[in-house]
Design a binder for this molecule. Structure first.
Ligand code: ASP
Length: 310
């Protein structure tokens, strides 16, 4: 795999390969010196045009744990504010010869343009409301760790599906791994093409107890140019996942950041059923595995094998 632009770049075997490699990298985080030399001498450029807490910090940590050099570029404070285009920014930063560019941007399809301007491997870290493939991988990884496998697992994705790149990538990955997916949320926040995605669509949370996993989504205010719900209070009264609606055997996931009191009540966020912090931790090892995968592919014949202490 040269690039990871879409979760569709991976079949089930590819997703499993990345999860298995991520599992092999777990031990690195437990060492006193949290580093292996797998990507020593390689340069990873993090190019972030949108805010991020989890994705950016975990890509940086993942690259550093593999001993790569990391350059972090954030659009605010850069020449982007002086009007530099994506193309010129990529051409400029490519002069530093990065081996990988990790890009997050508000433009759906933006990451697909980069291979025209650079030889670096490209990893999509979220493009508008389009895709977020590494989130899907870390979600699969988290569930595999907890449940063994996803075959036959019932996952309900609840909330603002319309604006969610997490849902768009997650649906594909969960289905590849054998899970069944139900989308639930207000009709105004459901994409038109929902039913063609091989999912069930519900407009209420009746039946939520059928789910093995409840995956709540954040209300994406920054992508809303209109009022999609009458008010957050009314939204929460019908769609909030809370202790009354969540059954004791159900697992809870959310990609973060959580709007406590809107899509989730605080008590379920902090409950033992919540996998939210496990998802964050999985982000580091899964992104290590993705970086390794795209760089190992670009030097075929010289496979990097088992992690060794640095
Ligand atoms: N952090 C995720 C994303 O970047 C989810 C969210 O922002 O709601 O898409």
């Amino acid at each position: 795999m040269k690039h990871l632009l879409s979760i569709g770049d991976l079949d089930r075997a590819g997703i499993e390969r990345i999860c298995d490699r991520a599992a092999a990298f777990e031990s690195v985080g437990g060492q006193d010196i949290k580093k292996v030399p797998a990507l020593r001498g390689r340069t990873v450029l993090n190019l972030f045009y949108e805010s991020s807490t989890r994705t950016r910090s975990s890509f940086e940590l993942a690259a550093k744990r593999l001993s790569a050099d990391v350059v972090n570029f954030v659009a605010s404070g850069s020449s982007v504010e002086k009007g530099e285009s994506l193309k010129d920014t990529v051409l400029t930063l490519s002069a530093h010869r990065p081996d990988v560019i990790v890009i997050r941007c508000p433009w759906a399809g933006g990451p697909e343009l980069l291979p025209r301007w650079t030889d670096a491997a490209i990893i999509n870290a979220g493009d508008g409301k389009h895709e977020h493939p590494t989130q899907a991988l870390l979600d699969v990884y988290t569930l595999r760790r907890r449940l063994g496998n996803l075959d036959g697992v019932k996952i309900w994705i609840v909330g603002d599906v319309l604006h969610s790149r997490v849902a768009r990538s997650g649906i594909v990955a969960f289905q590849q791994m054998g899970a069944s997916v139900t989308l639930a949320g207000p009709p105004t926040l459901m994409p038109r093409e929902a039913e063609s995605l091989g999912v069930e669509v519900r407009t209420t949370l009746d039946g939520l107890r059928e789910a093995d996993v409840v995956y709540a989504l954040r209300m994406q205010h920054e992508r809303m140019d209109d009022a999609f719900v009458p008010s957050l209070r009314e939204y929460a009264s019908v769609y909030q996942v809370n202790a009354r609606r969540l059954g004791a055997r159900q697992l809870l996931m959310h990609p973060g950041p959580v709007n406590r009191g809107v899509e989730l009540s605080g008590d379920v966020v902090d409950s033992p059923q919540s996998l939210i912090l496990e998802q964050v931790a999985a982000g580091v090892v899964v992104r290590m595995a993705v970086l390794y995968e795209v760089l190992a592919a670009s030097r075929s014949g010289d496979p990097i094998t088992e992690p060794q202490p640095a």
